[in-house]
Each structure stands twice: as C-alpha cells, then as structure tokens.
Design a protein around this ligand. Structure first.
Ligand code: FE2
Length: 414
C-alpha cells in the first residue's frame, strides 16, 4: 500500500508512506512516480499520525448509567455508591459485561484509537469483570492493544479480602496495579494502599496506575507518597497518577515543592478533563472549582501528561462516545491552554504522551521499520484539526485499513 501526499504530524511538506508486509518500509518526499501494482491512496495533504491512545477508561462500567439509579449529586462518591448497589441488584454475567465492553471498543476504534488502558473493578469477589475484559483483550488484539488495570474500586482496606483479590487479579493476568488511596477509610490506609500497589508491581513485574487524589481536598496528598516511593525504587517511568484533581487546590508553595519530587521521579499523569469538570466542584458554592490537575504547569516543567475520557455513560459520567477529540477540546479550554503554541501540539496529549504513559514507545510512531499502525485525520493543519475537531478518515493497523469514514457532505444555499 502506498499513502501519497501525506502531511506528517508536526512536519512540513508532502510525504509518501510505503507499506509492505504490514510495516512502514519507506517514508519519502512525494514524487510523481508510483508503483504499478500498489494500492495507492492519495491523502491530498491530510495529516497522518500514530493511532490515538486512550490511557484511562473503565470498560467494565460502560453503558450502565441509570441502573439502578442516576447519579443526582454528580460526585465521585455517589458514583461509587451506585456502582456498589448495582453489583447487588443487577446480576450480570461475564457475557453481559463483554457485550457492553465490546460496544465501547467499537466506538473507540471508530475514532482512531488503537491503544487502550482500561481499569477493571476487582472489589467484586467473583472477578467476573476481569475475566470478561481479559477475553475482550484477546478477542480484539488484531485491532487494538488493551492494558488492564486491577482497580480495588471500593478501597483496598474497606474489606478484609481486598488485598488478596488484587493479588489474584494480577495472577490472572492484569497488566497494571491500581489503587484509590483517597477513598480508603483513613489516611494511613491510603498510604498503605499506595505502598502495597508498588510492592505488588515490583513482585509481579507490572506497571502502576493509581486513581490518586480525585477529590477537591487540598489535604489529599497521596501523590507525594506515590512519587517519592517510585523515586526511591527507581520505577517512576512505570508509574502513573490518574486524576490528581486535588492538586488544583494545593497552595503554590506546596506545589512548587511537590514538583521537585515529580520531576525527579518521572511519573506520568493522566488528566480526565470531561469527567473531572463534571465530577469535581460538587461541594463548592460559587466560585466553583474546575477540578482539573495542573496540566499546563506540569507540561511546562517537562512532566509527562496525557488526556483520557474515563467513562462512557456510567454512574460517574453520563455522556461520552469514546472520541478523544472533544476531550482535547474541553481540556484545552479548562486548562487555559488555548494559546497558539498549545493548540498546534495538542494532539500530543492523545498520542505520544499517552504512549509514554502506557510504556509502549518502543513500537509507537509513524517511522520506517515500525508496524504500519497509523491514522489519517480530515485536516491539513494541526491548528485547524483542533478548531474543526477533525474526524478520523482512516485507521490502519499492520498495513490493513480497519476503519474508513467518508466525511459528511453538506449542501447550503449561501
Ligand atoms: Fe477512572
């Protein structure tokens, strides 16, 4: 296959991408010549970039909002209560969970995502959510790579069996150790849960991704524990802090000190702009906090931050269709990143920065020798791609087109 007249993300000029045996064989300046027997697609200057990365979703929760009831307060805590109630009332089978997850995977695939990190609730002693997602992971691997995080959603120390269930989930094949320290019964339990996650990650050779400080409490400071412990163990590059919304409420003096540890540790951050704009600030009267972590400030300090969606119609967030482009749009607004420089590199937040977080950079990127995994979006400039929310025209994996979308056509009198 030959992709002609491509604009490579963040590069000038027109390029031809030759794909042979599922790999990118050559990327060269566009010429008039073309091989006779190749399938040729003329991209007419559209942007080619590596596939989108969804670093934080809950595929076991998708499409469940409203059962058994809707989240009226909009808070994280009511979401957890509803999920716990649902497990008692709605007796889903593994197949039911798989069906919902597969529907979400198809939404993500349509929008150019080929790499996903999903959390799965391992507070449920049956671990059927994990079983379901392990099967989904296997069944979709031709189209998508999925990492699974074992998340003790109801707290590691809220039940006696919490730690053994987490351990079992890792033995069953979860790729990443999760945690939720701000939801543990006491501060000490929260600290213990972070240490436990890092211990298990070292023991099993896994990554770590903690739901960390997802609360509007300036005293919620598990991030410093996570980063300092990761630094001591020299494993920051394998560790991710998700949400960290409390950071928005920290004093500047404390944040300055915290950033010194974060920079040394090299931990990754996932901000969830749509979910956290919705969930945070629920206990505020005006002014209401935006509830997002300090994305712009961390990026300016060289700390890796990426964006994710978090939810598709679940007890925490009622909307979402898997598409990351609106997440970028909302995130740029919410984080005061609507200046030109941040707009033109905004797609880093859902491509390379996500890939670094998932620790997949070795094989990621549109370059010669790599697997031909890439997307084409309907824009010829980085700036206009964001302004117009450019849809994905092609998603190509191992040199095969797995998604093709015709752009919508509108006729107007004017
Ligand atoms: Fe989450």
């Amino acid at each position: 296959m030959l992709l002609k007249n491509a604009k490579l993300y963040k590069q000038d000029g027109k390029w031809d991408i030759l794909i042979t045996n599922g790999n990118i064989q050559q990327i060269s300046q566009t010429t008039e010549s073309k091989a006779e027997d190749e399938e040729v697609i003329d991209l007419d200057g559209k942007i080619v970039l590596p596939p989108y990365v969804e670093p934080h979703i809950h595929l076991d929760y998708v499409l469940t909002a409203g059962t058994p009831r809707w989240n009226q307060s909009g808070s994280v805590f009511e979401g957890i209560e509803i999920w716990s109630e649902r497990k008692q009332i709605v007796k889903e089978t593994k197949e039911d969970i798989k069906k919902r997850a597969m529907e979400a995977v198809r939404m993500q695939m349509k929008h150019g995502i080929q790499h996903v990190r999903t959390h799965v609730d391992v507070s449920d002693p049956t671990l059927k959510g994990l079983e379901a997602l392990l099967e989904v992971k296997e069944e979709v691997k031709k189209y998508m790579d999925i990492q699974i995080v074992a998340l003790p959603q109801e707290g590691l120390y809220s039940k006696p069996e919490g730690e053994s269930l987490l351990r079992k989930a890792l033995e069953m094949g979860a790729d990443v150790v999760g945690g939720i320290p701000h939801y543990e019964p006491t501060r000490e339990d929260g600290v213990r849960s972070v240490i436990c996650a890092l211990d298990l990650a070292e023991e099993f050779g896994k990554l770590v991704d903690i739901h960390c400080d997802e609360i509007d409490d300036d005293q919620s400071r598990y991030l410093e524990v996570l980063a300092a412990e990761a630094l001591k163990r020299n494993m920051g590059h394998l560790v991710t802090a998700s949400h960290t919304t409390a950071m928005a409420s920290y004093s500047n003096a404390y944040t300055y000190k915290l950033f010194q540890t974060l920079k040394k540790a090299g931990v990754h951050f996932i901000a969830l702009p749509k979910a956290n704009l919705h969930l945070q600030g629920r206990f505020d009267s005006h002014p209401v906090r935006r509830g997002l972590t300090r994305v712009k400030e961390m990026l300016n300090e060289g700390i890796n931050v990426c964006f994710g969606l978090d939810s598709i119609k679940d007890p925490w967030y009622p909307l979402g269709d898997g598409n990351l482009m609106p997440v970028v749009d909302v995130g740029l607004h919410a984080c005061h990143m609507t200046d030109h420089d941040n707009i033109v590199k905004a797609l880093d937040l859902v491509t390379t920065n996500g890939a670094r977080t998932l620790d997949i950079m070795e094989k990621y990127g549109v370059k010669e020798g790599n697997q031909a995994n890439l997307i084409v979006i309907d824009s010829d400039s980085e700036y206009e791609a964001i302004r117009t929310q450019a849809p994905v025209l092609y998603s190509i994996r191992n040199g095969e087109i797995i998604v093709k979308t015709e752009p919508a056509r509108t006729e107007m009198a004017l």
